[in-house]
Design a protein around this ligand. Structure first.
Ligand SMILES: O=C(O)CCC(=O)C(=O)O
Ligand SMILES: [Fe+2]
Length: 175
């Protein structure tokens, strides 16, 4: 999953004509297999009277998700739609680091807003689960924006991470 996500990131950089000598700097090493790589399991407890997962953007570069049943919703071109898994396929989300980096380019990449609905279960049926690889910059890295062919530092990854968590959990109106 990590290799797939990094290959997707490199393909996006190539597609946007970002000079390869900038890739490692702008992604804080992730394009070369470094950065912050996190594998996580999600367990959506059907007995909890809450939505499965708040609407959010993943904060890094690329997320590779494996889910097995419906429940994921995403905002695509202003419309909320179901992203149902296709057997044998991963789901790929672009994150906020990619959105900030490409904001000033002719073809900006949007980080998609997504969330998971509450799931109800008949007695004895297992809860919804998914697993995911998050590919981010390390907390000691820098978030950049590309402007006129130059990588301009915007803020530290540590500050950016706090801001993105707050956007989801303290201020989801700002999503
Ligand atoms: O389980 C899912 O379908 C999505 C999970 C998700 O968005 C996440 O882990 O960031
Ligand atoms: Fe997510």
């Amino acid at each position: 999953m990590t290799g797939l996500g990094i290959a997707v990131l490199r393909a996006v950089f190539r597609h946007l004509d970002i000079p390869p000598q900038l890739w490692s700097t702008i992604s804080s090493g992730l394009s070369d297999g470094r950065g912050h790589q996190m594998f996580a399991f999600n367990h959506f407890r059907s007995r909890k009277a809450t939505r499965g997962c708040k609407f959010h953007r993943d904060s890094g570069w690329v997320t590779v998700l494996r889910s097995f049943e419906p429940g994921l919703l995403a905002l695509i071109e202003g419309q909320l739609g179901a992203i149902n898994p296709v057997p044998g396929h991963f789901i790929v989300n672009f994150g906020s680091s990619l959105e900030v980096l490409t904001q000033a380019l002719p073809t900006p990449v949007r980080a998609n807003v997504h969330g998971v609905v509450a799931t109800e279960r008949a007695a004895g049926h297992p809860d919804r689960t998914s697993y995911v690889t998050f590919l981010d910059s390390g907390l000691d890295g820098t978030i950049y924006r590309l402007e006129n062919g130059t990588a301009r530092p915007v803020q530290s990854v540590a500050d950016f991470a706090v801001q993105e968590v707050s956007r989801t959990y303290d201020n989801d109106i700002a999503l």
